[in-house]
Design a protein around this ligand. Structure first.
Ligand code: NDP
Ligand code: AKG
Length: 499
């Protein structure tokens, strides 16, 4: 157990470089034991007006700072995150529950993103193309959009914030960030790091409060030109509808129903390991979590037996204990949702082979623990095989061949991550072509994305944008086409010369 300092507990909005007290507060709980950790500001829409005004002014200056200098600041942010990595990781486990080694991995993702995006400050490539006319130069360049709003979930409270804020900042935007109310400490820590690194006042602003009030106020504010959202499908749909009404650019990263495919020629030990960590790591609370295993009939029984054996070694408890492999679920509502799907699975006729119950951990009786769970005899159209559960629950679906496996993978409304275990190179290439997800793994689980590639999905997972990778810059920049005519005379383009 770590002890929060009074400074860490003191949560305020960060607007125009000032830490601002808010009278109304909500409690924040430790998912490992249900205890109150601190109080978080419950801001009203006026906080967004204040943040937007400060961001609008700051952005004008910031856009004028040469991009390589903006990048240097991100580099400093990365160094500071590296120096504070262990404390950040412990705070992350405290507020989110994920086991400490995963928390360290998440903080490392943020550090990697800082260095990667700092590199982009020396690129931000546009294009030059030949002009249709003599003595004329044609090029395109990226321009910042201005003030951007980012809305983030609790399950990756620092990594996702870095995927969004770092590209926005290096591209010359100012940011207003509404973190999830479940995980305020990472937001404060990152804002403080920006402050220590010397980011000018108003370039990043953090406003705490409920999604319904603060998220909505961000969408409504005319100065905020882009909303970049990660969260559930239900909320994403609301955000997109509101942004659409206002013709506001919106980037959405939402849920998943990710599958591992195990073919009859797979290395079964490797497949078991891949399933274990992508299904039960982070207690199944990753948008990329494996919640379906699509297995060839010839190896189904063997895979099931080996998976059950491996699941026995999953120790469950407080994520700060280094011997624990599976931490708690985020809160009671998350636990209730998982319990609901256990009942749905049973009613649908799936076979509950192991798990399926809330767990009480000694000395952590008020924590939100759930047993790693395996259903077999699941068919592709059952609700437990279609809907996001966001907990440590896996469904085994048996198929007859490769083609059936691909169909089963694709027959869900989401399209985030998929994986195939096989030793056949022809199948590997067919699978990477035909699996309709934004991320495909071969001989690895469904989790573990690297920050220099685009992150996001197809169908109900997103709306065509990507976080992370150089593609993240597309969300936070506008393209400008520039023509320079140096012929000294007015040349008229688009005149039909065939006539
Ligand atoms: N594809 C991807 O990249 C990822 C997707 N996810 C998905 O996120 C979900 C889990 O995160 P969770 O936090 O529960 O998701 P939610 O959709 O509940 O919340 C996400 C964020 O949206 C805010 N919000 C809530 N209501 C509104 C609203 N009406 N307008 C604007 N913002 C609002 C929340 O604020 P508050 O809760 O403080 O009220 C929170 O900051 C899962 O479905 C998961 O799959 C998670 C990570 C990555
Ligand atoms: O597992 C990954 O690759 C990243 C997962 C993630 O970012 C998420 O679940 O929010």
């Amino acid at each position: 157990m770590i002890t929060l300092t009074s400074e860490e507990k003191n949560l305020k909005n960060f607007i125009n470089g000032e830490w601002i007290e808010v009278a109304n507060k909500e409690k924040v709980y430790n998912p490992a034991n249900g205890e109150v950790l601190a109080e978080i500001p419950d801001s009203d829409a006026a906080a967004i007006d204040m943040a937007a005004e400060s961001a609008r002014i700051a952005q004008k200056e910031w856009a004028g700072v040469p991009a390589p200098q903006r990048a240097e600041l991100l580099y400093k942010v990365g160094i500071k995150m590296k120096e504070q990595k262990e404390r950040l990781s412990q705070l992350l486990t405290l507020e989110n529950g994920k086991v400490i080694e995963e928390a360290r991995g998440e903080v490392q993702e943020g550090i990697d993103m800082a260095f990667y995006m700092a590199g982009e400050g020396r690129r931000l490539f546009g294009q030059t193309t030949p002009s249709e006319l003599k003595d004329k130069f044609a090029m395109s360049q990226r321009c910042p959009v201005g003030v951007v709003g980012i809305i983030t979930p609790w399950n990756f409270p620092i990594a996702i914030a870095t995927w969004k804020s770092f590209p926005a900042i290096v591209a010359g935007n100012a940011v207003i960030w509404k973190p999830s109310s479940e995980t305020p400490f990472m937001a404060k820590a990152l804002a403080k790091i920006f402050e220590e690194a010397g980011l000018p006042k108003g370039v990043i602003n953090v406003v705490y409060g409920s999604g319904a009030t603060i998220g909505q106020a961000m969408i409504n504010h005319e100065a905020i030109r882009v909303i970049s959202f990660t969260g559930s499908n239900e909320t994403g749909r609301l955000v997109a509808t509101e942004c659409g009404r206002q013709l506001k650019k919106v980037s959405l990263e939402m849920g998943g129903k990710n599958a591992v495919i195990v073919m009859e020629d797979a290395d079964i030990d490797l497949a078991v390991e891949g399933i274990l960590w992508s299904a039960f790591g982070t207690s199944g609370q990753r948008c990329t979590a494996c919640s379906r295993v699509i297995v060839h009939k010839d190896v189904r029984k063997e895979l099931e037996n080996r998976l059950l054996e491996a699941m026995k070694d999953l120790t469950i408890g407080d994520g700060l204990d280094p011997n624990i492999k599976v931490g708690p679920i985020i809160n009671q509502a998350g636990l209730d949702k998982v319990l609901k799907y256990i009942e749905i699975g049973k009613e649908e006729g799936a076979n509950l082979v192991t798990g399926g119950k809330q767990l009480t951990v000694e000395n952590y009786e008020n924590g939100f623990y759930f047993e790693p769970t395996l259903f077999t005899d699941v068919t592709i159209d059952m609700r437990i095989a279609q809907e996001e559960i966001f907990g440590p629950v896996v469904s085994l679906i048996e198929v007859n061949d490769f083609d059936e496996a691909i169909i089963a993978n694709n027959k869900v409304k989401y399209g985030l991550s998929s994986s195939i275990f096989t030793q056949d190179v022809n199948r590997v290439f067919k699978a990477q072509r035909d699996l309709d997800t934004g991320i495909v793994y071969v001989n690895a689980g469904t989790t573990g994305a690297e920050i220099h590639l685009p992150f996001g999905g197809t169908k109900g997972t997103g709306n065509g944008h990507r976080d992370s990778g150089v593609q993240a810059l597309d969300v936070f920049t506008e393209w400008k086409a520039v023509y320079v005519d140096y012929s000294g005379k007015l040349q008229r383009a688009q005149i039909d010369t065939d006539a």
